[in-house]
Design a protein around this ligand. Structure first.
Ligand SMILES: [Fe+2]
Length: 209
């Protein structure tokens, strides 16, 4: 049957390319050798977080300039793509290291408006899943008739509540903080990424954070 469709309320995942020259060396030679006190480990997931309650750009002088460049990119995303008038600041930034078989469960970041992850070690199998924020209410009763996962005859993806992005080394993804994300059992040896949270410098014309 003939039909037309207008897409409503699309959510962006913004991808930029970042020059990561020297960052893996700094991680291996400086961050990793800084002791185990800075590591959060979820043994069930097989994933290590380095400084995930801090900001590595403030802790390590070697990363300061790199952090400034990432901050500029984040403000381009926030202002020029997402149309905000305020600027954002990086409130925390941390490294994630994951061996083969490790994974990350679906979660979002409540302490941010915008989130990002830069991929430092990735290969053809490296991916991240994003879950649709629509229809996820757990507090209201909704009639829920799940659609089939089979391919749609027109090539549409309206039946899908999950999207998988493949990423390569140097890809930097940004997304709005309420979007849940995670990844299935990892196939990339020594998968390494740097994640960061951003908060607005002002929340309106009165309040400065
Ligand atoms: Fe996350």
């Amino acid at each position: 049957m003939d039909h037309t469709i207008v897409d409503l309320f699309a959510r962006p995942i913004i991808k930029t390319k970042i020059n990561i020259d020297g960052i893996i060396d700094i991680f291996n030679q400086v961050v990793k050798s800084n002791g185990k006190n800075n590591i959060t480990q979820n043994s069930r997931e097989g994933l290590l977080h380095y400084h995930n309650d801090s900001n590595v750009f403030e802790i390590y002088d070697e990363l300061k300039e790199f952090g400034n460049e990432l901050h500029k990119t984040a403000n381009f995303v926030y202002q020029n793509i997402l149309n905000h008038q305020n600027t954002v600041s990086i409130t925390n930034a941390w490294f994630n290291e994951c061996g083969v078989g490790g994974y990350q469960f679906m979660h979002n970041h409540c302490n941010a408006v915008l989130c990002g992850t830069l991929y430092l070690i990735a290969d053809k199998n490296t991916c991240i899943d994003f879950q649709s924020p629509f229809g996820l209410s757990e507090t209201s009763s909704t009639i829920f008739d799940k659609p089939s996962h089979r391919q749609n005859e027109f090539g549409y993806y309206y039946h899908s509540d999950m999207t998988t992005f493949n990423v390569v080394q140097g890809d930097c993804l940004f997304w709005q903080s309420y979007i849940k994300h995670g990844y299935p059992p990892n196939k990339t040896p020594n998968r390494l990424s740097l994640s960061f949270n951003l908060m607005p410098d002002k929340v309106n014309s009165y309040y400065r954070i």
